[in-house]
Design a protein around this ligand. Structure first.
Ligand SMILES: [Fe+2]
Length: 401
């Protein structure tokens, strides 16, 4: 596949080349001709939040994102505010209800802050929908065009787990900043001069939590309806600590640009983090977004300085001789990772560095991962034990363990 076909317009805009993207998110070669549902990459992550006006400022001031577009009452959208923010190739759309009757507020009442839409860029919306329909998908929006003076976008949407959807977007005939109906908008927020240009450059994966016993059904959904393939890691054994367990499998689009790990709770002595999520999200939904950075040390330092809280890693993790032997040489001394609580994992292809935030909203549901890949195509399975123990400590503090 050539660069033009592999990179989305946003990735080209973010000045990422194919090698950088391959390194950042673990791209692989594949034959798109045989794919019944070709996906170019991520289009946008659309959130329903309790206060989009304030969240937009949070993601600028703390996450270093840039406001680029807006829709709201001033642009003729009387239902809600929508703020479009960018960091590298990552696009967040933050939506909050203005009209008390807005359906977004129903979503928020039930789920709290969370993802309503994981939108994907595709080269041929109609081909994808025809295949999805034949395979029995729920089409929540039929293919249609949206047009303004910047051109035309073709869109459709299919339902996935819970109240989440995948909007499919072909923006190849569109020059505007996001979608028709949105205006370009910048912000008066001035980034401190010493802050890096961006704290993350690409979206690596989005994890979904589904109900007990439903994981294989959703893996089948992504295989059959969206032509995703199973990644080797996580073959569905329990991932367990002494007290709680979960099952996890991963599907990916042909080029691995879009990766969806899916978790379900498994029987354990206590309630797992997945059970806690399902209780507080009131059902299945997106659990965490992994944001790829090419300098996780700087990213973590900047976020921590602005008050972001990460899960802690005990010193024993770093002094464990087995771990030391397994991870081998990484680009910085282990002490640099230890002082920040960054985890390391290695597989046959290389290694990765990763760290997880605490939940970012009021409910113990959605959180972020920051990930720096060096060849590894994995998800840090070697860290699951340490990670889950850290999550269990937080769950216990909340009285949910
Ligand atoms: Fe992850």
């Amino acid at each position: 596949m050539n660069i033009e076909a592999t990179l989305t317009s946003d990735e080209r805009l973010a000045e990422l080349d194919l090698d950088q993207l391959r390194q950042l998110v673990g791209l692989v070669e594949y034959d798109a001709g045989a794919d019944p549902f070709p996906v170019t990459g991520w289009d946008a992550v659309v959130w329903s939040v309790g206060n989009a006006t304030q969240a937009a400022l949070f993601y600028q001031a703390v996450f270093g994102m840039e406001l680029v577009a807006y829709s709201g009452p001033e642009t003729g959208n009387r239902d809600h505010h929508a703020y479009v923010l960018r960091s590298g190739a990552v696009r967040f759309v933050l939506k909050g209800g203005v009209d008390p009757a807005s359906p977004l507020l129903d979503h928020h009442r039930r789920h709290g802050d969370g993802l309503v839409d994981i939108a994907l860029e595709v080269p041929d919306v109609d081909r994808c929908i025809a295949h999805a329909r034949k395979q029995g998908a729920t089409i929540v929006e039929e293919p249609h065009d949206l047009t303004d003076s910047d051109g035309t976008v073709r869109l459709a949407a299919i339902a996935t787990y819970g109240d989440t959807r995948h909007t499919l977007v072909d923006r190849s005939r569109y020059r505007g900043v996001y979608l028709p109906g949105y205006i370009a908008r910048s912000s008066g927020y001035a980034k401190p001069a010493d802050e890096p240009k961006g704290l993350f450059q690409a979206l690596d994966h989005v994890v979904g939590n589904v109900e007990l016993g439903r994981m294989d059904q959703w893996i089948d959904f992504y295989n059959r309806i969206m032509g995703f393939t199973n990644m080797a890691e996580f073959v569905g054994e329990d991932i367990a600590t002494e007290y709680s367990a979960l099952m996890s499998k991963v599907v990916a689009s042909g080029n691995h640009r879009v990766k969806f790990p899916l978790n379900e709770p498994a029987a354990g002595k206590k309630r797992s983090q997945i059970d806690e999520y399902l209780d507080f999200y009131r059902g299945p939904g997106a659990q965490h977004l992994a944001l790829a950075t090419n300098d996780i040390l700087t990213t973590v330092d900047a976020l921590r300085a602005k008050g972001i809280e990460f899960l802690t890693t005990p010193d024993s993790y770093y002094s464990d001789p087995q771990l030391r032997a397994r991870i081998g040489e990484v680009r910085v001394p282990i002490e640099e990772l230890q002082s920040r609580g960054i985890l390391v994992d290695r597989d046959e292809d290389g290694y990765l560095l990763q760290i997880f935030t605490k939940p970012i909203g009021d409910r113990p549901t959605v959180f972020f991962e920051f990930i720096e890949r060096h060849g590894s195509l994995g998800f840090g399975i070697g860290n699951f034990q340490a990670l889950f123990q850290a999550i269990e400590r937080e769950q216990a503090k909340r009285g949910n363990f």
